[in-house]
Write a protein that binds this ligand. Structure first.
Ligand SMILES: Cc1ncc(COP(=O)(O)O)c(C=O)c1O
Length: 371
């Protein structure tokens, strides 16, 4: 019999790290690049809204046409939806690449102002083709790197969501070659210190429970929250991050190499467990050298939600892609692949805070109870 335990879905900061933040200098950039400007928001979504606003100002247009993949998170649209932004969701193939055939065909009659390419789960998508497309159609390319630790270069507008990789309460970054501060409006107060500290306290309690190897996921009150990150801010457009968030992330940036290494190792361990199984397989056939995975995407041939529920009962915070945009759900023919992917991809945690006994527990659960 396996002793049940709760696996935490996201990394938690250590007391040592929090102590260090009292001596951290403010405003140290995450990427510290001399060639690009970096703007720190509370969410990746807010960074995206700012990027769109910047292109509107630069092009002097009142309504903007934005093309983005159908396999997108509906919630990530909230910060800019309806603000003179006309979204077209382009279809994607089953390997997550844009369906270039449909895209090129549509571009013959109407071209976008912005084309968004998503690097899903940390794996680099077809950037060369996206670059060529945007150049040919005179549109701005935005690289959505919300699942990526760091791209090698930033030739285009790029957005990040560092809270998905580092242990921080919030964070969305916009990288631009040009300075764009005068083109974007920030609304609302930056995230409050109270919200940041309450997140920190919750994470420290969580870390304690994990270290005690308890199975706290079945306790009342934790039932949902143990496996889903609850954003600490609402989606008021262009909300800036709290200064203290920047300090916490600055301290963790020094550990990026270790984080990448650990995530890759955890990915390899999980890939080994599912290798050769009939009912599931890793979504990506291999892990390229330049990739730091955000999660482990597992392709489940049938009954994905049953498997997901089983794993939850075992204390493993498996998750699915969030709700797709309404326009995608109502157009099931054009977006059949995005809908199929939502139904068949299960996401397993592999963050840097997972200890070897937790990876072993996950592997055993998958081997013994699931496959
Ligand atoms: C591809 C992609 N882009 C953007 C976002 C928005 O990032 P955030 O949650 O930091 O607002 C998400 C969120 O999950 C996402 O998956």
């Amino acid at each position: 019999m396996l002793k049940s335990m709760t696996i935490h879905a996201f990394p938690a900061p250590s007391i040592k790290l929090i102590f260090k933040t009292f001596f951290t200098k403010n405003n140290v950039g995450l990427f510290n690049s001399e060639k690009a400007h970096e703007y720190f928001f509370s969410r990746g979504t807010c960074a995206l809204a700012a990027a769109i606003e910047y292109v509107m100002v630069k092009r002097r247009i009142e309504t903007i046409k934005v093309w983005l993949p159908g396999y997108f998170c509906a919630e990530a649209l909230v910060a800019f939806e309806g603000k003179n932004v006309r979204c077209y969701f382009y279809p994607i193939n089953k390997n997550l690449e844009p369906d270039w055939f449909v895209i090129e065909h549509k571009a013959k009659s109407e071209s976008p102002d912005i084309f968004i390419l998503v690097h899903y789960f940390g794996f680099i998508n077809s950037i060369v083709r996206a670059h060529q497309f945007s150049k040919r159609n005179n549109c701005e390319l935005i690289e959505d790197a919300c699942h990526v630790v760091k791209l090698e270069q930033h030739p285009h507008l790029t957005i990040y969501s560092p809270r998905k990789i580092y242990s921080i309460p919030e964070g969305g970054i916009l990288i631009s070659k040009e300075t764009i501060a005068s083109s974007i409006t920030t609304s609302g107060e930056p995230t409050s210190s109270r919200a940041v500290w309450s997140w920190l306290i919750k994470r420290l309690i969580q870390k304690l429970l994990v270290n005690l190897r308890t199975d706290w996921h079945s306790l009342a009150g934790f039932a949902v929250h143990w496996r889903a990150e609850q954003p600490i801010t609402d989606l008021s457009c262009n909300r800036l991050a709290n200064n203290y968030t920047k300090k916490i992330v600055t301290e963790q940036v020094n550990e990026t190499e270790r984080i990448i290494d650990q995530r890759r190792k955890n990915y390899a361990s999980l890939a080994q467990v599912v290798e050769g199984k009939e009912s599931v397989k890793p979504f990506f056939s291999h892990l390229p050298d330049n990739v730091c995975p955000y999660v482990f995407p597992l392709l489940v041939h049938s009954n994905k939600s049953v498997l997901e529920r089983k794993l939850h009962l075992l204390g493993i915070p498996a998750s699915s892609w969030p709700a797709l945009p309404l326009a995608v759900n109502v157009n099931q023919i054009e977006h059949s692949n995005a809908i199929w992917l939502k139904q068949h991809i299960l996401l397993l945690p592999l963050h840097q805070d997972l200890k070897s006994h937790q990876i072993e527990y996950m592997s055993k659960c998958i081997e013994k109870y699931v496959l």
